[in-house]
Design a protein around this ligand. Structure first.
Ligand SMILES: Nc1nc2c(ncn2[C@@H]2O[C@H](COP(=O)(O)OP(=O)(O)OP(=O)(O)O)[C@@H](O)[C@H]2O)c(=O)[nH]1
Ligand SMILES: [Mg+2]
Ligand SMILES: [Zn+2]
Length: 314
């Protein structure tokens, strides 16, 4: 944080329009000042730094949101623009299971790209390693090899046996990390295991909203030991990429970055352009085929959406 600027209080989460804000050792339940209520729903999200005003009746309200240092955002399933999921994060831990549900490598690549486009560091947690070898014949980490090859840290873990949890706790120490991934991979279980007394809080959240904790509608951060924050996010089954220009997509694949300046054309999209260094590297096996196919899938999606946008007279 730069000097002389207020650092503000951290928003932990939003429950039914009430913002839970960490104010020193206190937790304040705040409403948004009228001015902030005009904006979109993601005006203030988990992780945001805010200025809080306390009123005489003991209530508190958020009067200002400070600039975001980073944000995790996706394209909403309906409509345009982007939906901010959480702000001021350091890392995204993409959580998959070794089995139940089986890993979906295309979704994995998509979530890694989402993190890259949000300028966030990403790591991959492979939970439920206890299910191997019965439920997973062969190497349970094989589906994650392409991501490892691209430079991502892959952390096997099991909430059931406790394997890998200590290492994971060390990896998140002192930082703001959110767990993101498909439903049922064990994000909440990891939170319970890594953050003491979080179960209690999850329980109270459910009571307040009258919903089960499986219907998380917004991200929520939990203070964890060592000055860290660990966050739960709503299931990212749907993870549309934010609108970025097509050429930006290749930059979200770390293993492609060193090749990009070698393509013959500066605006190469790495499909079938002559003199494409990416194609050459794929053909030589230097770039993993499944990662390249994920790139092509996401590229087509961005282009389709851009075309649909133009069709609407954008
Ligand atoms: N065998 C095994 N089961 C696990 C492990 N971790 C979690 N589970 C189980 O997997 C199921 C889903 O776990 P959750 O923690 O609710 O998964 P989640 O990712 O939070 O799911 P959503 O909230 O729906 O996004 C539960 O029945 C857990 O008990 C593990 O390491 N091994
Ligand atoms: Mg959950
Ligand atoms: Zn190219």
């Amino acid at each position: 944080m730069s000097e002389g600027r207020p650092t503000g209080d951290r928003v932990l989460g939003v429950i039914a329009g009430t913002y839970l804000v960490e104010h020193g050792a206190e937790r304040l339940e705040c409403v948004l000042a009228g001015r902030l209520r005009q904006g979109p729903r993601d005006r203030v999200v988990a992780g945001d730094r805010v200025l809080v005003e306390r009123l005489e009746d003991g209530s508190a309200r958020i009067v200002e949101r400070l600039p975001r240092r980073s944000r995790l955002a996706r394209h909403p399933s309906h409509g345009r623009g982007i939906q901010v999921i959480a702000a001021n994060l350091d890392r995204v831990a993409v959580v998959f299971a070794a089995a139940r549900p089986d890993p979906d490598t295309n979704l994995l690549d998509r979530l890694l790209v989402l993190a890259e486009l949000s300028d966030l560091e990403a790591l991959v947690v492979v939970n439920k390693m206890d299910l191997a070898p019965e439920a997973v014949p062969g190497d349970p980490l094989a589906p994650f090899e392409p991501a490892r090859g691209a430079g991502y840290e892959i952390r096997p873990a099991s909430v059931r046996t406790g394997a890998g949890l200590r290492e994971l706790a060390a990896a998140i120490a002192g930082r703001v990390t959110v767990l993101a991934g498909p439903s049922g991979t064990g994000k909440s279980s990891l939170l319970n295991a890594l953050v003491p007394e979080v179960e209690l809080r999850v329980g109270s959240v459910s009571e307040r909203t009258g919903r089960g904790r499986h219907t998380t509608v917004a991200a929520h951060l939990y203070p964890a030991p060592g000055g860290s924050y660990l966050g739960d996010t709503p299931g990212l089954q749907y993870a549309g990429l934010p609108d970025v220009p097509a050429p930006a997509l290749s930059h979200a694949f770390p293993e492609l970055r060193p090749l990009l300046h070698e393509c013959r054309f500066g605006d190469c999209l790495h499909r079938s352009e002559p003199g494409c260094a990416v194609r050459r590297a794929v053909d030589r096996g230097q770039v993993v085929d499944s990662r390249y196919r994920s790139y092509l899938t996401l590229l087509a999606e961005l282009e389709e959406r851009a075309a649909a946008g133009r069709g609407r007279g954008r």
